[in-house]
Design a binder for this molecule. Structure first.
Ligand code: BG6
Length: 519
């Protein structure tokens, strides 16, 4: 593939990007002192501003309990952009204009008076649109979602059903509940004060370019879609591996575990995009209808099959990339006898015409050998005649790998003859790499998602029935281990590709994991 040598995008901006129509508005971030705000949200807004994608005018208001001034908060945020943003650099002039639109509102989320102060601050912006068009970003604990929307509604800042000239929207971070019952309760709480079209449930995987490209790859290329069914596909593997442990997030992780943290959202979202039927249109409801339909077609494992379809694991001390890592039970804020899973592998079946009988293997884990997200579609082997008769199982079946991150790209593996007088075959690869094709422009997921929320586009957000269906699947899987302590076979040393039981899950059907490669 040709290198894109256009120097315009070496700074990480995208010269091909058109401007999305967006109304002047204020983005109010609850949880302004939190990690997400400093590491992700503000860098994303700053990049959107430098790329001329922010509304004009706009304001950003951070709402949190700690005592801060506009100036001190801006200084913290600037440091955050330096440290965490994809470009790391801050253009002084652009930062100065951007940050003059950034304000801090000190207040306690539970205190209704604080919302009066917020209202006064918004009114002081002097432009009606800045205090009517409001995007509330809830980067806070889910237990605080309901009190915040109730208080916003009481202060008349959030108006349910507003579909006139002004708008208010609520963006909520994950985790969206702990299980189906708590997610339903949370939905009911939010829907008392806002309509479904005003609620934007985030899954940051949907903001990734490569995840969005799954539908483009499938439905704009006749040659691949023809093969995308049980007629040609032997099985599918979806791997989201991470080479870090839980670090400082032990407290949260003890409540979540890998199943709730990664499978309920990111992995099931990727699965639904890989396997769904083509939507009738690209309208949000049309795309989301198909995703929900797919999730509803996933066979919930029967209790008798759970042991054959579900594996969990927990990391022990080990070494990753030359760094020693403590075992999970030794991590800060983790119960030394914890049975929480840091690894999950699943074998799922989709009960529909296209996929009946095709195993979908999903796995995710912390402290695995490398960080990579990949979908591998493994095609059926050729019949055992000709080369297969001679070379037997050494003849690899064809595969398409969608590399979601890092080294984003798509590879097709097929067999080729090794030059020489003997009949030797081996897999060769055709590869498309994003960097080589499109240059260094890789926007952060949050840039795209924030822009979509400001524009009122909900396709990349999770609908109520989608989140609830995903919980139903996850709840049925969790039954596999609830109340049962981890056994020896379920531990893995940090730096390994999960517990042995994870390999056995595939071996039972004659399959094996294809581990993502470094480059
Ligand atoms: C988050 C999880 O949703 O996704 C984290 O809470 C995980 O535990 C992260 O590390 C992975 O995201 P990414 O974009 O780095 O693959």
């Amino acid at each position: 593939m040709a290198m894109n040598e256009d120097p315009a995008n070496l700074d990480g901006s995208n010269p091909e990007e058109a401007r999305k129509p967006v109304d002047p508005c204020t983005i109010v971030i609850f949880g302004a002192s939190g990690d997400l705000t400093v590491r992700k949200l503000i860098p994303a807004l700053y990049h959107l501003f430098t790329e001329n994608q922010m509304p004009s005018p706009f304001r950003v208001v951070g709402f949190a309990r700690r005592e801060k001034t506009d100036e001190s908060w801006r200084a913290e945020l600037k440091e955050g952009v330096h440290q965490f943003s994809r470009t790391k650099s801050v253009d002084e002039e652009k930062w100065s204009t951007f940050s003059s639109n950034v304000h801090y509102c000190q207040g306690d989320i539970e205190d209704s008076k604080a919302y009066g102060h917020l209202s006064d601050l918004l009114a002081g912006f002097g432009d009606d649109r800045l205090c009517q068009n409001l995007l509330f970003y809830l980067a806070i604990s889910p237990t605080q979602f309901a009190p915040v929307v109730a208080n916003l509604s009481e202060a008349k800042l959030l108006r349910k059903g507003e579909q006139g000239r002004s708008w208010q929207r609520v963006v909520v971070e994950k985790p969206f509940g702990q299980d189906l019952v708590s997610a339903q309760r949370l939905n009911a709480d939010l829907l008392r004060f806002a309509d479904e079209h005003q609620i934007f449930r985030i899954d940051h995987y949907l903001g990734k370019e490569t995840v969005q490209n799954i539908l483009i790859f499938r439905f704009s290329n006749a040659i691949f879609e023809q093969l995308w069914s049980r007629q040609s596909v032997d099985h599918v593997q979806i791997t989201v591996s991470e080479n870090l442990g839980v670090g400082a997030r032990g407290g949260y992780y003890e409540e979540a575990g890998a199943l709730r943290d990664m499978v309920q959202n990111h992995l099931l979202q990727v699965l639904s995009l890989v396997a769904m039927e083509p939507p009738a249109t690209l309208e949000p409801e049309s795309v989301r209808d198909e995703k929900v339909k797919l999730l509803k077609s996933i066979q919930l494992p029967r209790p008798a099959d759970l042991a054959k379809q579900v594996v969990r694991g927990q990391y022990l001390a080990g070494e990753v990339d030359g760094h020693t890592r403590p075992g999970y039970r030794r991590e800060p804020k983790v119960n030394p006898r914890s049975n929480v899973e840091t690894y999950v592998a699943l074998k799922l079946f989709i009960d529909n015409w296209r996929w009946s009988g095709v195993p979908f293997y999903l796995r995710t884990g912390k402290n695995l050998p490398l960080s990579a997200s990949e979908v591998r579609v493994q095609f059926r082997p050729t019949p055992s005649v000709l080369f297969a008769a001679q070379l037997g199982t050494r003849l690899d079946a064809n595969a398409i790998s969608l590399r979601l991150q890092p080294n984003e790209g798509i590879s097709l593996r097929f067999n080729g003859k090794v030059p020489g007088s003997t009949m030797r075959l081996r897999p060769v690869r055709m590869h498309f790499g994003y960097d080589a094709e499109f240059g260094a422009y890789t926007p952060e997921a949050y840039e795209r998602l924030l822009l979509e929320a400001v524009a009122g586009e909900s396709t990349l957000f999770i609908r109520r029935d989608e989140v609830e269906t995903a919980w139903k699947i996850v709840d049925s899987i969790r039954r596999s281990w609830e109340g049962r302590p981890l056994t020896e076979r379920e531990f893995y040393p940090a730096g390994f590709w999960g517990p042995v039981a994870g390999d056995d899950l595939l071996a039972a059907a004659g399959h094996s994991w294809r581990n993502p490669q470094k480059a």
